[in-house]
Design a protein around this ligand. Structure first.
Ligand SMILES: [Zn+2]
Length: 323
């Protein structure tokens, strides 16, 4: 069940009044998170609700602009902004984020940051697409992973898979599935898209080289994944040393230890995929509200923005690093 959608639908009638909404968000920084912007999304994007159609994206930006001061990632790093503030972010480097998304952002003159995995841009693997393809279509692989890591977190088995599991699969089965898995995932941005991105007001951030789950890596592997990715990104003048965790869920995908490592490598801010509120003051660990295609009316948008209030209420006694 999509709990986020259900909660939004239940709460929509409560926040139909603009004035109430404005009061509730007046001291907040809300960081919105997108992945793909496309009229013909990939199967992977549909499976995981990662796509927003361009016309819906455009409407969502108009509502964000109406209620928030939209800031750039540089404003965030400097702590130089007025509340209520909003920042637009993307993860993974899907092609449509740069093309359709970039064009729409430019038309509104809105800045945004795309957290990149440079591995797939260089023609290499994106672990999330590959692992989820195999778990969906290769029963033998799925059984192997469930046997190896246990069944207690069956729905999260994609978080447990390591690059070594994939390499083991390739050693046994060859590389034939790679192009099919890439088609399942959807198109990545090319180097040329990244070069042009500065003209659309886009900044680039770090999301690890191959989209590994930070918690599944050794300290050295995590450092290597971060540095390898950064070494590619510094070639672009719009790169900023800010980082978002692949998968982004507390405990399973990040903890204080992984964050200490990332900060020690020079990251100025770290972004999660946890829809907690951010207090207005500058924080190092910044939580984000995922945006979906079903947020297609202004009242649904207002209600969805207030989702973190529910999360804070339910989880407020719990450590955001690892509940
Ligand atoms: Zn990601």
């Amino acid at each position: 069940m999509n709990y986020s959608k259900v909660l939004t639908q239940i709460s929509t009638p409560l926040f139909t009044a603009e004035s109430i909404f404005r009061r509730l968000v007046q001291n907040l920084l809300v960081v919105f998170n997108y992945h793909e912007i496309s009229d013909s999304p990939s199967e992977f994007c549909l499976d995981f609700n990662l796509n927003v159609r361009p016309d819906v994206f455009s409407k969502q930006l108009s509502w964000i602009k109406k209620y928030f001061n939209i800031i750039s990632p540089n404003d965030l790093i400097k702590g130089d902004f007025k509340l209520p503030a909003a920042l637009i972010t993307f993860d993974d480097g899907f092609k449509g984020a740069f093309t359709s998304g970039g064009n729409i952002l430019k038309s509104y003159d809105i800045p945004a940051v795309v957290f990149m995995n440079m591995g797939p841009v260089n023609g290499g693997m994106c672990l999330s697409g590959l692992i989820n393809y195999l778990l969906k279509y290769d029963i033998k692989f799925k059984n192997q992973i469930n046997t190896k890591y246990g069944n207690e977190l069956k729905n999260d088995s994609f978080l447990r898979c390591a690059e070594s599991d994939i390499l083991e699969y390739f050693n046994t089965n060859g590389y034939d599935i790679l192009p099919i898995a890439q088609e399942y995932h959807g198109k990545f941005a090319l180097e040329s898209d990244l070069k042009k991105s500065v003209d659309s007001g886009l900044y680039l951030g770090n999301h690890l080289y191959n989209h590994s789950n930070a918690v599944s890596l050794s300290d050295l592997e995590l450092k290597n994944q971060y540095i390898k990715n950064e070494n590619e990104l510094v070639n672009y003048k719009n790169y900023l040393p800010i980082f978002s965790y692949p998968f982004g869920q507390p405990g399973k995908c990040y903890n204080k230890h992984t964050s200490n490592i990332i900060f020690s490598l020079g990251a100025k801010s770290i972004f999660t995929a946890m829809p907690f509120y951010n207090n207005g003051k500058r924080e190092n660990l910044i939580h984000r509200t995922a945006m979906f295609d079903y947020i297609n009316t202004e009242s649904i948008f207002r209600s969805h923005c207030l989702m973190p209030a529910f999360m804070n209420q339910v989880l407020r006694r719990i450590d955001p690093y690892g509940y």
